[in-house]
Design a protein around this ligand. Structure first.
Ligand SMILES: [Zn+2]
Length: 467
């Protein structure tokens, strides 16, 4: 805990408080005030416990506000982001966001990086593209008009950025309405071998299969479970959705391919750090996103603390028990309602531990009872999403960060305690011994704000490069 205090680790806020006996003050782990000497520090689970020990709340980090759920700086940033997303055309450039925020540029960069894993420019770009997508589908205005309405300075910039993050042109996007098939153009150098590895790694899967260049998966769209077929090639992915709408399948395919991740920026950072070997042979590696947030959640609970093949087996069994089989044999993921209707005891014969069975069913019930809104998590700040998920019994820091990087698309997550990450660091940095959690946290800090991609590269670091 003291190591986290020295790092001003905001992810520990609320998990404990620390008091300084020499000053009589208690603080949040993230407090930026001068660091205390270790012999003067005491730790407390709550503010009440710190006050009972005769300490007063710090006036810099306001631990009582935080404990009450009030976090005024975070709330300011969330309001600002909501404004940008609601009306990106009101911000001519990233500097306009800085001016609107009331923070200095350096401070705003730090806060957006911490709470949203992004920069003002990237926030603005994504807000403009999201607004453009809505206009493309809901209006018949020209592309030039759409570009101008959402704040792009030129049609060519709009076109290039839209294509980079969505894999198709704005005009092609508009045509997805009512279509059954569409083509995604891959970025140059796309790591197709790694995509194949990701799409075929679940050896027991009844949900997806990769056969040559043909990938099929049973996905859920608003109309129910349906088949998604992808034909893979080095330059283009052709998607077919025999029933259901291409407009709904498109974000799912973008997620599978990881198209909206900034692989190039991470590769540049790795080189700048003198760690080009981390990205060698795969500068374009992406994180394959799970087909839905609930899929990711199931996988994060099932996969914790057991080996990978056994996790795949448990996943297959719960899909067989509660999922929906399509013609052709693939099984779509169970819905939260289907799992919520199970008794945890139903999962014991499938070799779920009593605890894991309890967590899977209880979390699904939180969703069906309206106490956990999965779709809303994507819109939240990373900080708020992390707090929401950590409050759920059965989700620890590993599962939460895994879910945030694999299902919610957050860019700066580390699943602490992950053996793939520690093995990768051990070899990459030629360490004497496997890093423990504080050491992992310290070492991974250099990869911020791209720690999710760093994690993906570390997972592959000791693996042979696919052909
Ligand atoms: Zn403080």
């Amino acid at each position: 805990m003291f190591a986290r205090v020295l790092e001003s680790d905001a992810s520990c806020n609320g998990r404990f408080f620390f008091g300084v006996t020499s000053t009589g003050i208690y603080c949040l782990p993230a407090c930026r005030a001068r660091k205390p000497r270790p012999e003067n520090v005491r730790f407390f689970p709550t503010c009440e416990a710190a006050r009972a020990a005769g300490l007063r709340a710090c006036k810099k980090c306001h631990p009582d506000d935080f404990a009450r759920g009030a976090d005024p700086v975070l709330a300011d940033i969330e309001t600002l982001v909501a404004e940008v997303r609601a009306a990106p055309q009101n911000f001519a450039e990233a500097r306009a966001i800085v001016r609107r925020s009331g923070f200095g540029a350096t401070r705003l960069f730090e806060l957006l990086r911490l709470h949203y894993h992004t920069t003002p420019a990237d926030l603005l770009l994504r807000a403009r593209l999201a607004a453009a997508k809505t206009r493309l589908l809901e209006t018949r205005e020209t592309l030039a008009a759409t570009a101008a309405e959402v704040g792009f300075e030129s049609l060519s910039v709009f076109h290039a950025q839209f294509r980079r993050l969505n894999g198709l042109t704005p005009a092609a996007y508009r045509e997805l309405l009512g279509a059954r098939t569409f083509a995604i153009t891959l970025p140059e150098g796309y790591a197709l071998g790694y995509l194949r590895r990701a799409l075929s790694r679940d050896i027991h899967s009844m949900n997806e299969r990769l056969d040559g260049d043909r990938y099929e998966s049973a996905v859920r769209l608003s109309g129910g479970p349906t088949l998604l077929r992808l034909i893979l090639s080095p330059t283009t992915i052709t998607a077919e959705i025999p029933s259901g709408s291409a407009i709904e399948a498109h974000p799912l395919v973008v997620g599978l391919l990881g198209l909206d991740q900034d692989a190039a920026a991470f590769a540049r950072l790795a080189k700048k750090l003198g760690l080009a070997r981390l990205v060698a042979g795969r500068p374009e590696l992406r994180i394959t996103q799970t087909p839905s947030i609930y899929d990711g959640l199931l996988w994060a609970i099932i996969g914790q603390q057991i080996n990978f093949p056994f996790a795949c087996l448990l996943k297959r069994r719960i899909f067989e028990r509660a999922g929906e089989r399509l013609d052709g044999g693939l099984i779509a993921a169970p819905t939260p309602a289907a799992v919520a209707a199970l008794d945890p005891a139903d999962l014991l014969p499938l070799q779920f531990s009593r605890q894991k069975a309890g967590y899977v069913v209880a979390t699904s019930r939180l969703i069906t009872e309206g106490r956990l809104d999965l779709a809303a998590l994507r819109e939240l700040s990373a900080t708020r999403a992390e707090r929401t998920l950590l409050a759920i019994r059965g989700l620890g820091p590993w599962s939460v960060n895994y879910l945030m990087m694999r299902a919610l698309g957050f860019a700066d997550c580390v699943p602490l305690g992950d053996t793939g990450v520690t093995s990768g660091l051990l070899d990459l940095l030629k360490l004497e011994e496997r890093p423990d959690v504080p050491a992992t946290r310290r070492l991974m800090a250099m990869f911020s704000p791209y720690r999710s991609l760093a994690t993906a590269h570390l997972w592959q670091f000791n693996q042979p490069i696919p052909t």
